[in-house]
Design a protein around this ligand. Structure first.
Ligand code: SF4
Ligand code: SF4
Length: 102
């Protein structure tokens, strides 16, 4: 059973927490929706984005997909909301929002 991250507190049984120990090997995170650990969420402001791609390589969770040389919207299944992408964007095209929803 999964517990919504917003409802986890000191009384939540460990059996209801998202599995984490299976993520010790490379590449296994794709099988888990680790984005549910997020407490802040980046939002792409399409009208400000110049497609410079500076945000892509700094994402520690590889959560900014690129296709045909252009960045797409965030992979919210895996983005953990660290905010690094927003910090490096020179055009203020990424806004950090409080909470798990974009
Ligand atoms: S907030 Fe962090 S994890 Fe999410 S896309 Fe930006 S750099 Fe990646
Ligand atoms: S760094 Fe900013 S302007 Fe450049 S691709 Fe990322 S969001 Fe767009």
């Amino acid at each position: 059973m999964r517990t919504d991250v917003n409802r986890i507190n000191e009384n939540t049984p460990w059996q209801e927490l998202t599995e984490g120990l299976k993520m010790f090997a490379g590449g296994t995170a794709r099988n888990f929706a680790t984005g549910e650990w997020r407490t802040n969420t980046p939002v792409l402001l399409q009208d400000k984005c110049r497609q410079c791609l500076l945000c892509v390589p700094v994402c520690p969770d590889v959560s900014i997909p690129v296709r045909d040389g252009k960045r797409l919207d965030f992979d919210y299944e895996h983005c953990k909301g660290c905010g690094i992408c927003a910090s490096v964007c020179p055009f203020e095209a990424i806004e950090m929002k409080e909470g798990i929803e974009p």
